[in-house]
Design a protein around this ligand. Sequence first.
Ligand code: SF4
Length: 393
Amino acid sequence: MSQRIRTSLLSCSRRFISGGKSQSAQISETVSASAANPIPFASTDAADKDSAPVNSKFVFDDRYPVRNDWAREEIRSVYNKPLLELVYHGATAHRIYFDPRQVQRCTLLSIKTGGCPEDCKYCSQSSKYDTGVKAERLMEFEAVLKKANEAKEAGSTRFCMGAAWRGVSQVGPRQFGRVLNMVSEIRGMGMEVCATLGLLNKEQAVALKEAGLTAYNHNLDTSKEYYANVITSRAYGDRLKTLENVREAGISVCCGGIIGLGEKHEDRVSLLHTLSTMPEHPESVPVNALVANEGTPLEKAKPVGVWDLCRMIATARVVMPRSMVRLSAGRVSLSQAEQALCFMAGANSIFTGDKLLTTPNPEFDSDDSMMQTLGLVGKPPFFYEEAYEKRQA
Ligand code: SF4
């Protein structure tokens, strides 16, 4: 399983000094350069307009087209814009493709916790680290359905199930069969259903699709250049292969990353470049801020600042304007005002419920109150597979 979980961070500006220049100096140079050479936004493709997964009346502006040919320099120049200008761009792109009042509430449940053989350095569920998280068995079918019902009643329209497995091949067909039954039953409740079960081969992806899975989450976590500093037990290419299998099976792709792993700004740019130059953008892009977990190699990591989070969200919104950008792990440490800034920057989804797998998260009631204060409303479910099938026809 990759993760939208347990993340933490350091956004100390000194950490990003390189080549004798501070980040602000680098930003200022890049901004000057980009002012002289504006971002060459291409014209909007009509087919993209037709397949937009949201209210089409928001799709008629051509300043923020869906592009898959981003040059890394272009993304860097977006990322490095002065923060409020960047937030403005994120907010504008957001309004073209989505109703900005709608924020989707998703619920993530750990259906199989702990004991994972992978070595992701941020994760409390890895068996490599002494984090106090005990290995549990796969949850019972009825218990999962109960949680899905509770989530639906509390306003969630997407239910995500996470299993701390290396991948589906690690477990026998019986356990996978139980997960397929959960998927079918919850999809039958009218919710979007997402799963994050680790590596998937083609056959497993097709089985999930046939069971009714809406989306599969498999995060890249960070840039391909920095990746080996965080995970050694599976390769970046393995992750890309799983994403390819998911896409080929006709399942919507949920793929993002975690900031605060000790990476540089350039790694964040690189991650966004990888995501935004996929043949099709992930329909869902979780942006996580590391929640440092005790016992993991990253337990002492400094918290990510809201400004870094905003910068990442707004850049993701500009370069993948039609994707759901999800404000994910790390939200519990943000004030409502800080979360409002993230929504303004282009985030249009949150995870609700008191836990995000194993880490704390704001509770349903406090989110209700925040959404009321900010004039936000829940987003109804959208079944991407129907749009995908239309596009394939
Ligand atoms: S250690 Fe396992 S459960 Fe944790 S993020 Fe890595 S793959 Fe997922």
